[in-house]
Design a protein around this ligand. Structure first.
Ligand code: 0O2
Length: 249
């Protein structure tokens, strides 16, 4: 009896070892690929942080409110590959999907979005794969953002590897809107007529948001034009050696 038990334990242990090594063997290419995508995210995020820093020195304000990054989950990757009817393998994921690595840049003003996008695309290690301007051409849902699929090289021990990253640039109000609309998409329990009413209200909100973004940009320009006069006068004061009055605040 004892001999049988020992044999069973040895058999189970061997099975477990085989299963684990099979999982490790199969998981290794995915883990590696996901690590590469994570590195690509670091590269793109750093590029935006550098641009933000430089811009804030030159213009005394930050064009970027926030940067969010995400790696697509294995579940979402599997679901998308199935939807597209493509067999799941590390090579196919890399060839077929553009949005495994995602960087979302939340900007203060619409002009900042286009300026940052131009600055990124002007960098000589960035290749533009696709550009979708949902600000100029909003989706029927009301969704607005500028999407760029770019390729950025990552430098590994023995190789330079181009990796694709989806960059979404949007204003604070576009982001606020998209988060709320995203909830509507994934709440399956909402009855169809309610869903349509909410979607229609969201479309109206998206238009109002767009108008607000436009007006806020005009106000910023007005304020900046006065700022310019302030800067010019302080330059003149410096030139003539006039000391500014102490700021009492
Ligand atoms: P997640 O979890 O946000 O990543 P493709 O990805 O190219 O096969 P598509 O639709 O051509 O599919 O891509 P597109 O239009 O560039 O949009 C991809 C992403 O943009 C979506 O990712 C969303 O993040 C966002 N998006 C696009 N349209 C809408 C919209 O109407 N509402 C909201 N809230 N977000 C939108 P995923 O894959 O949906 O998921």
């Amino acid at each position: 009896m004892n001999e049988t038990n020992n044999f069973m334990t040895m058999f189970q242990n061997a099975m477990m070892r085989d299963f684990k090594s099979m999982m490790d063997d199969n998981a290794a290419p995915y883990k590696k690929l996901m690590a590469y995508y994570q590195c690509a995210i670091y590269e793109i995020e750093t590029k935006f942080r550098v641009l933000n820093e430089e811009f804030s020195l030159a213009h005394d304000r930050n064009p970027i409110e926030n940067i969010k990054t995400r790696l697509k989950s294995m579940d979402s990757i599997a679901e998308k590959m199935q939807r597209k009817g493509i067999a799941i393998s590390a090579e196919n994921i890399e060839r077929e999907l553009n949005d495994v690595a995602g960087v979302r840049v939340i900007c203060t003003f619409i002009e900042d979005i286009y300026h940052l996008a131009d600055c990124l695309l002007a960098q000589d290690d960035i290749t533009l794969i696709e550009r979708k301007d949902y600000i100029e051409n909003p989706k029927p849902s009301g969704y607005r953002s500028l999407h760029l699929i770019v390729e950025v090289p990552i430098y590994l021990e023995n190789e330079k590897r181009p990796m694709r990253v989806e960059v979404q640039l949007r204003t604070i109000s576009m982001n606020f809107w998209a988060s709320l609309e995203h909830q509507l998409r994934y709440k399956k329990s909402i009855p169809e007529n309610e869903r349509e009413a909410i979607a229609s209200e969201l479309r109206a909100c998206a238009d109002e948001n767009a108008e607000l973004d436009r007006r806020m940009q005009v106000v910023r320009k007005q304020i900046e034009s006065f700022q310019q006069e302030d800067d010019n006068s302080s330059e003149l004061m410096k030139l003539f050696g006039i000391k500014p009055k102490a700021n009492l605040l």
